[in-house]
Design a binder for this molecule. Structure first.
Ligand code: PMV
Length: 375
């Protein structure tokens, strides 16, 4: 017991759900506004499959991105009387966005026990993305993490004693309740989410920065996102995660994710780019293999996704460079490569891969350092 008390005080141990339920707020806040900019992230070991309350079925690790961001401003004003319902206005890129309301309503309901002040305020949420509208890039990670951070800034005003570590962990914890992978968007540059025996302080409840040694080869890693298909996905991530419940290969897949994290841990230390490629590409293909072997089965890759993958294999064989691909739950392709190979790789993308993108569109991004509060 003594040891537990010690752990809680300086947050050496993993925090529990109870740690995120505030007891009381010492300060009063009438009104104000706050703005956060939060990035997207790209998973190297993928999260696919979840238990109740957004608990991941396996641990995952991602690179935090830099320029693919959501900017969210939260304005808040105390109501004369606390109401039973949440009250919020919502706009996206300057226009009211009714279609986002159910998702935000559900998010507020989920986080209500952890932010008991929510019903005391009229909230106005204004949000915009740095990446092109309807690009097929999921904005749930950057969007939910930006909103979670704004709400935490209000909580910090109500409880000015709150320390930075608690602020960051709870932001990630809340973001997870909005969209699982959003909990990996608060910090940079590599974030782990999900319990793993060999990753220090890893938790199913929130993301933590990967604190082991990382070779210079992986510093400033590049991610160019090829926009292959900008339409709405036919199958949502929520449905995909649920299909892992009765999936014939689920158990092996979850074990494989643990093993791949162990492998990546070694690779990050050694800087072995060939081994990195093997793990990352296998993870991407396994994710899509899970989709193709669930019941009902579905395919999110498009012919151009495969054309790009084959071109990447050929480019690697011909040049010996370390370009590799990964995929989200969609047809777009993320191309990962080291900073020092940027020039030749970008030339190849422009000359040979652009033609497979819708309207020739792609986004050049890189690994970033996490969310930022704007003045
Ligand atoms: O956060 P969600 O529920 O949208 O799931 C994201 C799942 C993948 O992007 C496919 C993988 C991952 O770990 O980000």
């Amino acid at each position: 017991m003594k040891f537990q008390g010690f752990c809680r005080k300086i947050y050496l141990c993993a925090m529990t759900e109870k740690d995120f339920i505030p007891k009381s707020y010492p300060a009063q806040v009438e009104q104000g506004e706050v703005t956060w900019q939060s990035p997207s992230n790209i998973a190297l070991v993928k999260y696919w499959g979840k238990l109740e309350n957004q608990i991941p079925a396996n641990p995952s690790i991602s690179f935090t991105l830099d320029s693919c961001r959501t900017t969210t401003t939260l304005k808040f004003k105390k109501k004369q009387q606390r109401a039973d319902n949440f009250h919020f206005d919502l706009s996206f890129e300057g226009e009211k966005k009714e279609s986002f309301r159910p998702k935000i309503q559900k998010f507020l309901e989920r986080i209500d026990p952890y932010l008991p002040f929510l019903r005391d305020y009229d909230l106005s949420i204004e949000t915009s993305n740095s990446f092109p509208h309807s690009s097929g890039i999921a904005s749930s990670a950057s969007g939910m993490s930006a909103l979670a951070l704004c709400l935490m800034s209000l909580e910090k005003q109500l409880n000015p004693e709150m320390n930075e570590e608690y602020f960051t962990r709870k932001s990630s914890f809340l973001a997870r309740l909005g969209s699982g992978s959003a909990c990996r968007s608060i910090e940079g540059d590599l974030v782990v989410w999900g319990m793993h025996n060999n990753i220090y302080r890893s938790s199913d409840l929130y993301g933590v920065p990967f604190r082991d040694e990382v070779h210079d080869n992986f510093k400033n890693y590049r991610d160019t996102i090829l926009l292959v298909d900008k339409g709405e996905k036919q199958v949502s991530s929520t449905v995909g995660h649920d299909l892992m419940n009765d999936h014939p290969y689920a158990e092996q897949r979850f074990r494989q994710a643990h093993d791949n994290l162990d492998k990546l841990k070694k690779i990050f230390r050694s800087g072995d780019l060939d081994e990195f490629i093997k793990v990352v590409e296998s993870e991407a293909l396994t994710l899509h293999a899970m989709m193709m072997t669930s019941q009902p089965y579905f395919i999110l890759m498009k012919p151009n996704t495969l054309a790009i993958i084959n071109k990447v294999f050929k480019f690697r064989e011909e040049t010996g460079l370390h370009l590799c691909f990964t995929l989200d739950a969609g047809a777009n392709v993320h191309l990962l490569f080291p900073e020092k190979e940027e020039e030749k790789t970008l030339q190849f993308i422009e000359n040979e891969l652009k033609q497979y993108c819708q309207n020739g569109q792609y986004i050049t991004d890189r690994v970033g350092s996490g969310a930022k509060k704007l003045a």
